[in-house]
Design a binder for this molecule. Structure first.
Ligand code: FPP
Length: 254
């Protein structure tokens, strides 16, 4: 069986990615400051991480702060960084006891030294976690990630460490921040917006998309399972024909 048909015949959900959107609107509707929406957003993060562990999902990627979010008012940027630091310290024990491994993707150079250190410490401490890998996208942009990968590749080629002729999709992927993480199977975006907004551009090439009007602070286990049920009804073809997919599934069941 080829790698592709093997992928087609496997309908399990290994990697879930989420664009957590709608914190500001959730707060505005209640006459609250935007940061109150972000605080509730952190509660939703905790709920969904717990549910992913319970459901046996192996990778959860959360778009927590985009490259473009640096342009928000300084007060909101500071509040988001503060919430991130609080999250890391409040979840530390649980991450260790439940085997949750933290991995950060994005351009860390733009983060403050305090945030960088807290993230590096948490990644190191949780590195042996075997249940869920929690991928936090921070100061992250898909184009920026691809550009940084291209620069590394060019440098390695100039240094004589890489033969450009040998470069293919798989070896290119290894230069991305996501390295050896499998590609996302399902990408959820909350709050009614129907865009990818520069998240996992390369990796989401064959992801299934699920959009919901629910604002992120209201997203819970029930909403997650609605999305998973829809995903399980989808027929993933990865560019193959329906007959080839049917055959791959039959072969894997035999
Ligand atoms: C989008 O809502 C959300 C963000 C830009 C930040 C997401 C951050 C969190 C959920 C909290 C911090 C995360 C962790 C992991 C501790 P928005 O502000 O763009 O909402 P709007 O479109 O309604 O204005």
């Amino acid at each position: 069986m080829s790698d592709l048909t093997k992928t087609v015949s496997d309908s399990s959900l290994t990697h879930l990615a989420i664009i957590m959107d709608g914190n500001g609107r959730w707060a505005k509707r209640r006459g609250l400051p935007r940061v109150a929406g972000h605080q509730q957003g952190v509660e939703a993060v905790t709920r969904i991480v717990d549910e992913c562990v319970r459901s046996g999902i192996r990778f959860l990627s959360l778009f927590a702060f985009s490259s473009e979010n640096w342009g928000r008012p300084q007060q909101e940027v500071d509040a988001l960084m503060g919430l991130l630091l609080q999250y890391l310290s409040s979840q530390r024990q649980k991450m260790l006891s439940e085997g949750i491994r933290l991995k950060v993707i994005g351009d860390r150079n733009r983060l403050s030294e305090m945030v960088r250190t807290a993230l590096a410490d948490a990644e190191k401490e949780t590195s042996q976690g075997q249940s869920l890998t929690l991928v936090l996208a921070l100061s992250y942009g898909g184009r920026d990630e691809i550009m940084r990968a291209a620069k590394k590749i060019a440098q390695d080629a100039l240094d004589g460490q890489l033969d450009i002729e040998q470069l293919d999709n798989k070896s290119f992927s290894a230069f991305l921040d996501t390295g050896d993480i499998p590609e996302p199977d399902l990408l959820i975006r909350t709050s009614g917006e129907v865009r990818i907004s520069n998240f996992l551009l390369w990796q989401a090439a064959y992801a299934e998309f699920y959009f919901t009007d629910v604002f992120w602070p209201d997203f819970d286990a029930e909403e997650l399972h609605k999305a998973i049920n829809v995903y399980q009804q989808r027929k993933r073809r990865f560019g193959l024909t329906e007959d080839q997919v049917g055959l791959a599934i039959k072969e894997s069941n035999d």
